[in-house]
Ligand binder design. Structure first.
Ligand code: ZN
Length: 832
């Protein structure tokens, strides 16, 4: 156990991305040359912002590749709150995708990725709100932690800490916390709990990476006085790579596929500007490290290392990098003999990797299964190939952390692979694979990570590793590789994926929320998936006593791993309004398994999985409804139709092109999905049919559209102007402007209570001006702002009603928020 601990200790401290990489690295001569040059530079820069995509990849690529500094990007959040352009994943699943995208981006621009425990909870107008929802002390502590362990000489903020309210509150908060951390990070009385793992540290200077964006326009920035700014010419052309710095940055930026940030590189000279916020101004304005010794003289007895490495750089043979190995091994010895220090550990890890690369040493530990269960035996194929004439001897191979289970002394001859296949028995208590930051429930604003050492680690922790002990030029090295799943795909060729440790059975309930608006029972389907062969057991649903489920449990057998079976239950709700959790539980040999495995699989990132409780919510509503038949026209896509059908309405989803007056005849209500008038061009020429539908005595409900690019100016029978007004505080107090209006009274009496328990926000893109035919029903605002009265506008038109609402029903209904259902039921019933 002790060894296991010390292993993780090392992992945490000197966490380089190669440790997590699934694919074996195969650096070429140019990359190795660049890495050796980097060995001779002892300086570090930390870039700080709030989200995946905030980082300036041009600057990161420049700092890492041209300056050759250790360059880190601390993104306070993992970007859970955004939209997903490539699939259905949202919230923490989207955060996991963006985490992987950042890791891939850093592999390209050469930076190192860090995160804090802060959760991207959604849009925030100002830092006051952000820092109330985040645990400010915890996030500050994580910023301090990252600076201390990275020993950042220079910090660069993406955002301006002096302009709250002009950008996302997370952005300004990231800058505010960075400024505060700069003053506190060297004080041992601040976050003293961290000091068992690192030392206090004072960065030399703090900059703000300004740009035209902060000046309002490119013209204004051109004209601005930049004499006080540090200017960096970042348009380097790396001849050895055949790429400009901006081209590398664009490739990195283009990893952000879930955000649709594909980027095209440019060539030629371009500048970045930095404004000094704290610390000493550099005497040479463009030298960020001015006054910091970034040579090996920075460490005691470093001089001979510098001399040796300088000679290695000078004599580097691009046709035979292995010629550098003897000198690199000597340098490794000198670094090993140094007194313990940050740079000693950083550079030892780097040089070890370079020595293996220069010698063409290929190491791999693979298995032919993607998933394994605790207690099972894994067949692991090992390969060690020395592709140089450098003398090498394999001294041992063993599963980490069981060091040296396998003593040997095998000469590794040039280009002769050594292979062996071992059975690796996974201990019964091997932890399931799952993102460590999701293992325990957090709050809206924070992930919970109890182990200080894990904070900031970008990737999912993977335990199953193999150690290789190899003598190179008579010096012994230990290398580690994750055990990874490798297979040949008929189309893609060689594919590496991470190995996941999974429960022997997982299950999932078909829907996230079940709405019961009457006593009738509903069918719940549970899918059970086998993590190994020959599974036999029962599955049941766990519900409170006043809800009923039949049958009580269902037996199943599954012959083969990865196969699934369905179990169908009938659930009857309680008589009274209630909200419950429904759990699915699989029982085998007296043991319960209640986890749902969610796989996330996209070509631009490694396959990911999350284990979550296998559950759904059951909601018994007592809502009166009138009008039954709804025609729904999709906008960018939302789950409102599904929620309405769950509630008991008869919903038909239409493409706008299909709409005719005859087809709408049987319907009581037409509803448009979010942003329909932004994306559905056909609405422009179907609008008259829809307005006639209203005129003839029916109801039309239009959900929010944004201000940009409406497909028609006349989205309503009377004019109004959509603005960017929004109420982001989901529990902001709601005032009734038309308390007698049917929308608030019939068939359900709406009270302040109905606006409690809303999720993420109250609404967005409210109209700011409207024609006098409209009645404004409610008013609300975020703290410190003027009332916003455009959330719900209703106008009689002909014999019917037209309703426009920016309230975020598209979020609230799928989450099963009762008040949102009650209000929606009234809107649907309007005019009855
Ligand atoms: Zn951002």
């Amino acid at each position: 156990m002790q060894q296991r601990y010390s292993y993780f200790f090392i992992l945490f401290f000197y966490a380089f991305q190669s440790i997590w990489a699934q694919q074996p690295q195969k650096p070429n001569a140019v990359e190795l040359y660049h890495q050796i040059q980097k060995l001779n530079f002892l300086g570090s820069i930390l870039y700080i912002a709030a989200h995946p995509d905030d980082e300036n990849t041009r600057l990161i690529a420049y700092l890492s590749n041209d300056l050759k500094a250790e360059t880190g990007y601390l993104s306070l959040t993992r970007g859970d709150g955004g939209q997903n352009l490539i699939g259905p994943e949202l919230r923490e699943q989207l955060g996991l995708i963006r985490t992987q995208e950042l890791i891939e981006a850093r592999k390209i621009d050469g930076g190192e990725q860090f995160f804090s425990r802060a959760n991207d909870f959604g849009f925030s107008k100002n830092p006051e709100e952000t820092l109330q929802i985040w645990d400010k002390d915890q996030v500050l502590s994580d910023v301090i932690w990252t600076i201390r362990r990275f020993q950042a000489d220079v910090i660069i903020n993406r955002f301006d800490h002096r302009s709250p309210g002009t950008t996302h509150g997370h952005h300004t908060s990231s800058a505010l916390l960075s400024v505060e951390a700069f003053d506190k990070v060297n004080d041992p009385s601040v976050c003293p709990n961290q000091l068992q793992y690192c030392t206090p540290w004072q960065p030399k200077r703090l900059f703000f990476n300004t740009s035209w964006w902060f000046y309002g326009s490119k013209e204004k920035f051109e004209a601005a006085d930049k004499s006080k700014l540090t200017k960096l010419a970042i348009g380097t052309y790396y001849a050895s790579l055949g790429k400009s710095n901006q081209e590398i940055a664009a490739l990195s930026r283009s990893r952000h596929q879930s955000q649709g940030f594909g980027s095209t590189g440019s060539r030629g000279e371009e500048d970045e500007y930095l404004e000094l916020l704290k610390g000493e101004a550099p005497k040479e304005p463009s030298n960020l490290f001015e006054g910091i010794d970034t040579t090996w003289n920075r460490v005691k007895k470093g001089k001979p290392i510098a001399d040796l490495l300088t000679a290695v750089v000078k004599n580097f043979d691009f046709k035979n990098p292995s010629a550098s190995v003897p000198d690199l091994v000597s340098a490794y010895g000198l670094i090993s003999d140094l007194e313990d220090s940050h740079w000693k550990t950083v550079k030892l890890q780097e040089i070890k990797k370079i020595i293996a690369g220069c010698a063409g040493l290929y190491l791999e530990a693979t298995t032919d299964v993607q998933e394994a269960t605790p207690g099972s035996t894994l067949k692991v194929k090992l390969e060690v190939t020395n592709r140089s004439t450098i003398p090498m001897k394999l001294m041992g191979i063993g599963a980490v952390p069981v060091y040296r289970s396998n003593q040997k002394s095998v000469d590794l001859k040039n280009n002769v692979p050594y292979t062996e296949t071992n059975n690796l028995e996974l201990p019964g208590d091997t932890a399931y694979t799952s993102p460590y930051w999701l293992n325990q429930p957090g709050t809206i604003g924070m992930y919970r990570v109890d182990d200080q050492k894990n904070i900031g680690i970008p990737d999912v922790l993977r335990e199953i590793k193999v150690g290789f002990w190899i003598k190179i030029c008579d010096v012994e090295f230990d290398f580690e590789r994750n055990v990874v799943y490798k297979y040949n795909d008929d189309v893609k060729g060689e594919v590496f994926q991470p190995l996941d440790i999974v429960p022997i059975a997982t299950s999932s309930i078909a829907e996230k929320v079940y709405i019961f608006n009457n006593d009738r029972s509903k069918t719940l389907t549970v899918k059970v998936k086998a993590g190994k062969d020959n599974l036999q057991g029962t599955v049941k649903l766990d519900l409170p006593v006043d809800w009923e489920v039949t049958p009580a449990s269902i037996p199943f057998t599954i012959e083969k791993k990865d196969q699934e079976v369905m179990a169908v239950f009938s659930v009857s709700p309680s008589k009274e309004a209630s909200e419950i959790n429904i759990k699915s539980i699989v029982t085998m040999e007296g043991k319960d398994y209640s986890q749902n495995k969610i796989d996330i699989n996209y070509p631009h990132i490694y396959k990911q999985m999350i284990l979550k409780p296998a559950e759904a919510r059951g909601i018994r509503l007592k809502i009166k409804t009138k009008n039954e038949k709804i025609a729904y026209i999709m906008g960018v896509g939302d789950e409102v139709p599904k929620s309405l059908s769950q509630m008991g309405y008869e919903v038909s989803v239409f493409k706008a092109e299909e709409i005719t007056a005859e087809k709408l005849q049987d319907f009581d209500v037409v509803m448009t999905g979010i942003r329909a008038y932004n994306v559905v061009n056909a609405l422009a020429f179907k609008q008259s049919i829809l307005l006639d539908f209203v005129k003839n005595g029916k109801t039309m409900i239009v959900q929010y559209n944004t201000t940009d690019d409406l497909v028609t100016k006349d989205i309503a029978p009377f004019p109004f102007k959509i603005s960017r007004d929004r109420v982001t505080e989901e529990n902001a107090e709601v005032r009734f402007l038309a308390p007698k209006h049917p929308a608030l009274n019939y068939p359900n009496k709406i009270t302040a209570n109905d606006f409690k328990g809303w999720k993420q926000e109250q609404g967005l893109y409210y109209p700011s001006e409207w024609d006098s035919h409209f009645t404004s029903i409610i008013s609300a605002n975020d703290k410190g702002e003027k009332p916003k009265d455009g959330a719900l506008l209703i106008a009689p038109y002909g014999k019917g009603y037209y309703v426009y609402t920016g309230l975020s029903f598209f979020r609230e209904l799928p989450e099963g928020v009762p008040g949102a259902f009650r209000l929606m039921a009234n809107l649907i019933a309007i005019g009855k």
